[in-house]
Design a protein around this ligand. Sequence first.
Ligand code: PLP
Length: 353
Amino acid sequence: MNFLSKRAQAIAPYTAGEQPADKQYVKLNTNENPYPPSPRATEVLRAFDAGALRLYPRPDADGLRAAIARAEGVEEGNVFCGNGSDEVLALSFPAFFDEEGKPACFADLTYSFYEVFAAFFGVKTHIVPLKADFSFDLAAMQTADCAGYYLCNPNAPTGIALPIETVENFVASVGERIVIADEAYMDFYGQSAVPLTKKYKNLLVVKTFSKSYSLAGIRCGYAVGDEALIGGLFRMKDCFNSYPVDAVAQAVCTAAVEDKDYRDKTAALVKRERARLREALLSLGFTVPESGANFLFAGRVKKSGGELYRALKEEGVLVRHWEKPILRDFLRITIGTPEQNDVLLAKLKQILK
Ligand SMILES: *Cc1c(COP(=O)(O)O)cnc(C)c1O
């Protein structure tokens, strides 16, 4: 007997980066932040009253949403929170796309979860290949016959960022279609489209506490946009999960988002190392697009991405690699601490010798 639905049998789930427990790796494979969360968030966690867990959390995460709204310069009604931005992105598919309607448009090389969500929710896709320099082909995307877009900015896994003017021109030019800007890495670039959400009712910006706030383990992300779009996400959430963000996450993320200085300080450390690591990889002969994220996309050396990935793992350094055309010649390397990056560089030099 096979009890699985046809949908469950047919779908290809997203594969997250490995989180191995066999030994201590220099772990540069899942774009986690190498620095700890804000001391203020840590203190809130330490002082958290476990007795309060007897109660359900606030269903709409309103305290956290108010804190995010203050930090982003919008109103609480412009903010939606989910269990990681992955959940926010997931809910955006049924909220804004029809199974029988026009497709969702996104690049061939971008966050691979979009494709999984589209399949899961039965939304058709219109895939536009990146240009040869790995940038988005915005002209081809503009003319696609679609209901809306997923624009990962900076893009994953390439790290390439679009300046705010380019995003604004794109959002304005596609008028009636929704643009979902996935800004998981934006704090490492610093040109968020959030201010544009006041002017453009077709723009939804999605962010996360996982990367720049060093809180990947707590699972919290959010969207900012016009109240009508936020209302659409709430409708989907309330059909699926009445209490999405747990009480601990609400408290800790509230403290984290109120400590933007700390976030910016650690992001600055990451950006400094990003520049240093990129220079070092270029001098080893790697092709490395300029990155606006907390990782570098590096490859096209005499060894394939797979060979490098396996040799590095053998040496205790974990990076991300995919066996897909184009991607297979590259590694995606998370920016670590200066010490971690030094280990990576030393091992790469040894492997390439
Ligand atoms: C990490 C990441 C996310 C989601 O992260 P969560 O941990 O679910 O908030 C979303 N989009 C991109 C492009 C990412 O890299």
